[in-house]
Ligand binder design. Structure first.
Ligand SMILES: Cc1cc2nc3c(=O)[nH]c(=O)nc-3n(C[C@H](O)[C@H](O)[C@H](O)COP(=O)(O)OP(=O)(O)OC[C@H]3O[C@@H](n4cnc5c(N)ncnc54)[C@H](O)[C@@H]3O)c2cc1C
Length: 177
């Protein structure tokens, strides 16, 4: 007996780490868009869930700025950074962290209820947020998985993508159960 293939979708996202889940949630926000997520293990299985060190973003108010974050990153990058990519990272970082919070991700807070910002290697300001101490990736993955389960038209767990097939200009995945 052969397994049924993926249902008809407008978009099939491969992988369920922070990249795939974020893309799926954003795309599913478009009215009428049927988004699926296909992943080789359970939805929550990814490198993302093991990330411990936190997320750097210029969230420190007047103390910090995206320009400072950019300068710090380029300095420790020692000439190896893609400057345009770093510009996107520092500019969009604070907004993305706030999106995760709005989605239900719980980051560590200080006594006043503000985000607890740590100053770590290479950063001239305190700008690294954590969740549950060293469980940052696990918390981000938890919140994204919950949001995808509510918004995706289909979730295919235990499917391994082997190839991308292009037929008449349309791309589809060649999954294997
Ligand atoms: C131990 C550890 C600590 C880290 N600490 C930090 C940190 O402190 N701060 C930080 O910013 N980053 C950290 N990182 C890096 C960070 O976790 C990754 O950069 C990020 O999670 C990558 O996300 P992703 O969505 O691109 O990939 P992943 O999270 O790896 O997701 C890939 C997904 O694709 C699926 N997949 C892969 N191949 C197939 C296939 N053929 N078919 C179907 N599905 C497939 C996988 O199962 C998985 O769900 C750490 C990583 C590790 C491992």
């Amino acid at each position: 007996m052969t397994s049924p293939g993926p249902p008809a979708l407008d978009l099939l996202v491969l992988g369920s780490g922070v990249a795939g889940l974020s893309a799926a949630i954003r795309a599913a926000g478009d009215p009428g868009m049927r988004v699926g997520v296909l992943t080789k293990a359970e939805l929550s299985q990814s490198a993302t869930r093991w990330a411990q060190g936190g997320v750097a973003a210029a969230l420190g108010g007047d103390e910090d700025s995206t320009d400072l974050h950019l300068a710090d990153t380029l300095a420790v990058g020692a000439g190896l950074c893609d400057v345009d990519a770093v510009r996107v990272l520092v500019a969009e970082g604070p907004g993305r962290v706030n999106e995760l919070i709005a989605m239900g991700a719980v980051f560590d807070r200080d006594a006043q209820g503000g985000l607890l910002l740590a100053r770590e290697g290479g950063h001239s300001r305190a700008r690294v947020v954590h969740a549950g101490g060293a469980a940052t990736g696990a918390e981000i993955e938890r919140a994204l998985v919950e949001a995808v389960r509510q918004t995706a038209a289909a979730v295919m767990e235990g499917w391994f993508a082997l190839d991308l097939l292009v037929e008449a200009g349309t791309t589809s995945a060649a999954p294997m159960c």
